[in-house]
Design a protein around this ligand. Structure first.
Ligand code: GRF
Length: 228
């Protein structure tokens, strides 16, 4: 599998993007961030990208009111910077059908709850955590999932739980979930980077690491590595 060259699409502070970037920089994840695109000028994610000398762009609905033009602009920037994978890291705008089709099974989103609960239109940011608390849930969590043409609908790749405490506020729950988000986003990307993902309908199967190593270390592979 080709190395993951990621286009990060983010609308907000960018802590998920920053964590993924750190994990790449420290060798925990074998991938590259090719470009960062935001629909909000004030997005912290753009600043983080610029500080790290990663190409950063604003592509807003104001500049491109037609969804098709908007999508074309994103795909053009991705091509320009050689991106082959998309990570939606707190991206608050729907991406269009053309992008979803072109990058089928190569677009990940992170949602701060256990889908299919507390997802869909209008379920973002503090609304998610408020709804979880109002329902009286005992656990919440995070879902990293493939993106399809509907909101928060694609099959999950990784889900992880956190407890809900009796005295939680939306803010305290959000903070606990965010900590978990930072772990599982990289974990999900690692599975793609290591070519361990098998998609069977709605089921995403993560192949065992060992299985993969065995495949990579066949005698023929070892021989060709040595002679290089
Ligand atoms: C995260 O909670 C993510 O789950 C949601 O938006 C938030 C983005 O946070 N989709 P950050 O911008 O990555 O800090």
């Amino acid at each position: 599998m080709e190395k993951l060259r990621i286009a990060v699409l983010a609308s907000g502070r960018g802590s998920n993007f920053e964590t993924i970037l750190k994990n790449i920089q420290t060798g925990k994840l074998d991938a590259a961030i090719s470009v960062v695109i935001s629909n909000r000028k004030s997005a912290g994610a753009l600043e983080i990208a610029m500080d790290n000398k990663i190409p950063a762009y604003l592509v807003s609905g104001k500049q491109f009111p037609e969804q098709r033009d908007f999508d074309d602009q994103i795909m053009e920037l991705m091509e320009k910077h050689g991106a082959n994978f998309i990570v939606l890291a707190g991206y608050m705008k729907m991406i269009g059908k053309d992008i979803v089709r072109k990058y089928k099974n190569r677009i990940l989103n992170i949602h701060p709850a256990l889908l299919p609960s507390f997802g869909g239109k209008g379920m973002y940011g503090h609304y998610v955590h408020e709804a979880v608390l109002n329902y009286g849930c005992k656990v919440s969590g995070v879902t990293v999932h493939l993106v399809d043409e509907k909101y928060d609908n694609g099959p999950p790749i990784v889900q992880s739980c956190v407890p809900v405490m009796d005295d939680d506020t939306p803010e305290s729950l959000a903070a606990r979930v965010l900590k978990e988000e930072h772990k599982v986003f990289t974990e999900a990307l690692k599975y793609f980077a290591e070519d361990r993902i098998e998609i069977n309908g709605r089921k995403v199967i993560i192949k065992a690491e060992q299985q993969n190593r065995i495949r990579k270390n066949t005698p023929t592979d070892q021989k060709s590595t040595r002679t290089k």
